[in-house]
Design a protein around this ligand. Structure first.
Ligand code: FE2
Length: 497
């Protein structure tokens, strides 16, 4: 993963269409053509513990549109589906074609919700609907299913561009794994689903129990269906909370305590622990905090490799009981849906939990089940939830990053790059640029010998000393490395970004 720029002070910056913005999450030292969506931060973080509230302050009953029952929607799909109209598809297709023609990187699509109308991916006809849908996702029922997205007609590349462009109206892309993927490919890659300490279940055909993903909003575009199974179940965690209050308040209380360890599955940055200790249900910060849920049983059950060594406590009988009651309650209250090819499901991860049935693929050469996944962040001051995390107001929060020793071929690539950089900058006159450049690459050379490079934050002062051109070239190198990683680590990656 590319190094990240970090800042928390207010800045003024021009967006690609030349409009001037003042926004606390922009870094005015990050050239817009290099970091078009501004600042990047990384790291799954533990909560700020003194902002976690005791069970006694939680509501006994939650009311409002976030509380829904499957009976409310089961026989009324028109209340939660939006089949794209022809004019909307035309608009999406034109925006995607224009973006592809511009030759820009997919991760560069930017839209700052509520701050400006970006020229990056204009959708004048769809915009109003997408804005209301975003509110519905964050503060309403928390889900929607788009239909009739022409994935087969457009093919993977154009579909990915249009889908990601649509996503910019809902939030900011965050990476979904230690490899820095912002467009995840959910399909069975034949990985061992029982090796839950290192395998991500989305890359297998195993059942997924009720859980929330590590982002504010998750999108799934169905590219190909399975022969059987792979169906979706979703549930309002606020309805679950109310039912637990009535049936098992002891379980609800256990779930509010910060005694739950979640596995990082090795996707850690340097110096991070291999787990995060947190609660399952907690309250938003500030007055009238809503109940937020963060849950995934695969991530708590995979930690025996640490609890067996006494590094963290094992699950207590009360926790085992709470986990099983939570799963059973979610299953009992859930709404079932099947994603057809061309359907896009968007879900809130703040107050909706989702599950997937196990599935079986068609025999080759028929395509395997394939979903394209987006993880989107919705910062607090753009209507997102107020959560007790250090980076709650950053666009790029809950990205995953991981340090690696650079493999040999990437090292060669880096060496070649350094040589050409030296040649290109022989005549640079500004000594500050030269010093900054040399210092950075000296560090790079040192770290090649066994320490991590990718996933590291770059020191802001060094960034300040580098010219836009140097930054741009470093960024291009990182993109090349990332692309190479995608191809190496995900043979099924279709070259869609
Ligand atoms: Fe998920």
């Amino acid at each position: 993963m590319a190094p990240a720029l970090t800042t928390s002070t207010a800045h003024t910056i021009q967006n690609v269409s030349g409009k001037t913005l003042t926004n606390s999450r922009f870094n005015n030292n990050a050239p817009q053509h290099v970091f078009p969506d501004g600042i990047k931060t990384s790291g799954q973080l533990p909560p700020i513990y003194d902002q976690l509230r005791p069970y006694s302050t939680f509501p006994k009953e939650i009311t409002g549109p976030t509380v829904w029952k499957s009976e409310d929607y089961k026989d009324n799909p028109e209340r939660w589906t939006h089949p794209f109209e022809d004019v909307e598809i035309e608009e999406l297709g034109e925006a995607a074609d224009a973006f592809i023609k511009s030759g820009r990187d997919l991760t560069g699509i930017a839209k700052v919700v509520a701050v400006l109308i970006s020229d990056d991916f204009p959708l004048p006809k769809l915009e109003r609907f997408l804005t209301s849908m975003r509110t519905e996702l964050l503060s309403g029922k928390g889900f929607i299913l788009f239909k009739k997205f022409p994935v087969q007609q457009w093919g993977l590349h154009k579909s990915a561009v249009a889908y990601m462009g649509l996503g910019t109206y809902l939030g900011y892309f965050v990476s979904q794994n230690g490899k820095g993927h912002v467009l995840g490919h959910v399909k069975d890659l034949g990985e061992d689903a029982t090796a839950i300490d290192r395998v991500r279940i989305y890359r297998t055909n195993a059942r997924q129990y009720f859980h929330a993903d590590d982002s504010d909003v998750v999108g799934l575009l169905c590219v190909a269906r399975a022969l059987e199974g792979g169906e979706s179940d979703i549930v309002s965690s606020h309805h679950v909370w109310n039912v637990l209050q009535r049936e098992r308040p002891d379980v609800a209380e256990t779930l509010t305590q910060p005694i739950w360890y979640f596995d990082r599955k090795g996707e850690t940055s340097k110096g991070q622990e291999d787990w995060i200790r947190t609660a399952v249900f907690y309250l938003e910060t500030g007055p009238d905090g809503r109940v937020y849920s963060k849950w995934d049983p695969y991530y708590i059950r995979s930690l025996t490799r640490f609890s067996d060594k006494g590094l963290i406590p094992p699950l207590s009988p009360a926790q085992e009981e709470a986990a099983s009651v939570l799963e059973e309650t979610c299953a009992r209250l859930s709404l079932h849906m099947i994603l057809e090819v061309g359907d896009i499901q968007f879900l809130s991860n703040c107050h909706v939990l989702h599950a997937r049935t196990a599935y079986k693929d068609y025999a080759p050469p028929a395509p395997r089940r394939h979903l394209m996944r987006l993880w989107l962040a919705t910062p607090e001051d753009e209507g997102g939830w107020r959560l007790p995390f250090e980076d709650c107001n950053e666009k790029k929060r809950v990205c995953l990053s991981r340090g690696h020793k650079l493999p040999k071929d990437m090292r060669l690539l880096g060496d070649e790059y350094v040589k050409s950089e030296f040649r290109a900058h022989r005549d640079v006159e500004n000594p500050v640029h030269i010093i900054g450049f040399l210092t950075e690459w000296q560090m790079y050379a040192q770290q090649l010998e066994g320490d991590s490079w990718r996933g590291e934050h770059m020191d802001r002062s060094k960034i300040d000393k580098m010219s836009d051109q140097q930054l741009g070239q470093m960024y291009e190198l990182m993109q090349t490395i990332r692309k190479q990683e995608l191809e190496e680590n995900d043979p099924e990656h279709q070259g869609s970004h």
